[in-house]
Design a binder for this molecule. Structure first.
Ligand code: 5AD
Ligand code: SF4
Length: 437
């Protein structure tokens, strides 16, 4: 029996790629083990979105260097593999396999080469036409399944490494997406999270040519499917039709993650985001006018080259105006090959930290206020699991808020069920409540 270990860094696309890699290995007769020590094949599925993420894999490889050659094979997958390519063999000579995120469909052949004892095997093509579909995907969560609808990215945000690591956009046919959704429901999944670097630019390659909103409508009709979510959206491609589809069908969750990156049109222009502050706010207005209360979340980068104090003020005022339910905040990080490297006025880390703190503090106050609005309301939640330390069940509302709740019936197994929960406490990052039976 051949054994493997895999550790995953980065986004949900990467998490899902790992699920597919695991499925591919299991069908080839490999057994998954819990530690790198126990494995013959050690895989790292890597992220290069920021420098810190990239460093992690090289730290891991350094830690296990001493095991190299003792029957252990090391593989680097994902975005760092694509970005660094064969240079990885120079930095970490004990690595045998380097496979970029756009080349996973070659994985079975590459594994054969490894099994035959090849010491340096690569899959780094970016121009692959195919999407990564496998006969078997080993999913981590028993209730919520990831489902890729589009791979790659055709945008050119000046800070972003993703177009280089994941290649150009490839949409799956709507028929194959719907067929997979039906299979997932038949296998007991209640919720599907649609994935893509930019799901809004989805376009069915078959003659039907469905756009993203039309695909959502179709998925909302799949019998037995209770929740559909999606990530990530891009403001430039986000349409009012998407909100209309959500309005028309409660299976489509009332949560939109719409990364804004900055509240300043000048900075957005330098970022090559292709929208202005006002255009972003127009999309927010659509959401605010929706029939159900939308939760709106975002990503913000501080310290982009040339960001002035006024630009930062614009981001803070945008936070006030939108009232985001939550925001991921990042300090700008220089990435190889990206156009922003050539810009002037790169900022010190200390100054980036100061700006990050301002954005985060503002956001904390907003979240406390927003979450307090839920006190006393009853929310329908999908239960994810039990937290032994707190004695509470962990669940999510349709708006993707975490709601931890007490349930008086002992020994009940609520995981994977829908419950009604009354909110009794509200913090900045989660809600607490009591089940309503
Ligand atoms: N530096 C900092 N943050 C970045 N992101 C993407 N590239 C960079 C970078 N070079 C952030 C963006 C994106 C999120 C996934 O990561 O906010 O939306
Ligand atoms: Fe990281 Fe981006 Fe690659 Fe996801 S797509 S793993 S966030 S670099």
């Amino acid at each position: 029996m051949k054994t493997f270990y895999i550790e995953t860094f980065g986004c949900q696309m990467n998490a899902h790629d790992s699920e597919k890699v695991v499925g591919t290995l299991l069908t080839r007769g490999y057994e998954q083990v819990e530690t790198p020590e126990d494995a013959e094949l050690v895989l790292y599925n890597t992220c290069s979105i920021r420098d810190k993420a990239e460093q992690k894999v090289f730290n891991r490889l350094q830690n296990f260097k001493r095991h190299a050659g003792k029957g252990k094979v090391f593989g680097v997958l994902g975005c760092v593999a694509q970005q660094e390519g064969e240079k990885i063999f120079d930095r970490a000579p004990h690595v045998s396999l380097v496979v970029g995120s756009a080349s996973y469909n070659q994985l079975p052949q590459l594994l054969v080469q490894i099994e035959n004892g090849d010491k340096r095997v690569t899959g780094l093509s970016l121009d692959t036409e195919d999407t990564f579909e496998t006969p078997m995907t080993s999913r981590d969560n028993p209730h919520r399944a990831f489902l890729t609808i589009i791979e790659g990215c055709n945008k050119a945000c000046s800070y972003c490494v993703v177009p280089f690591t994941r290649g150009p956009e490839r949409s799956r046919t709507a028929a194959s997406v719907i067929a997979e959704a039906k299979q997932l429901v038949a296998a007991g999944y209640l919720e599907i999270m649609l994935l893509g670097q930019n799901v809004n630019s989805y376009r069915d390659p078959s003659p039907d040519g469905l756009n993203f909103a039309q695909l959502l409508e179709k998925l909302g009709e799949v019998q037995g499917l209770r929740r559909v979510r999606f990530t990530t959206s891009h403001p430039r491609d986000f349409t009012k039709e998407i909100i209309d589809a959500i309005d028309a069908n409660p299976v489509l969750c009332n949560h939109i993650h719409l990364p804004v990156q900055s509240g300043s049109t000048e900075v957005l222009t330098k970022m090559q985001r292709m929208y202005t502050r006002d255009q972003y706010l127009r999309r927010i207005e659509w959401m605010k006018n929706a029939k159900r209360k939308m939760s709106i979340t975002s990503d913000i980068i501080v310290g982009f080259p040339g960001e002035t104090e006024q630009d930062l003020e614009q981001t803070l005022s945008l936070q006030d105006e939108v009232q985001f339910d939550s925001v991921f905040t990042f300090k700008y990080s220089k990435r190889p090959n990206t156009p922003a490297l050539a810009l002037e006025d790169h900022m010190s880390e200390d100054e980036k930290t100061r700006r990050l703190t301002m954005v985060m503090e503002k956001q904390r106050t907003i979240q406390l206020r927003i979450n307090a609005e839920y006190l006393g309301t009853v929310e329908e939640v999908l239960v994810e699991g039990f937290n032994k330390a707190t004695g509470q069940w962990i669940s999510r509302t349709t708006q993707h808020k975490t709601l931890n709740f007490n349930h008086t019936v002992p020994d009940a197994n609520l995981a994977g069920t829908f419950m009604n929960v009354m909110v009794t406490r509200a913090g900045p990052h989660s809600l607490v409540g009591e089940s309503v039976v």
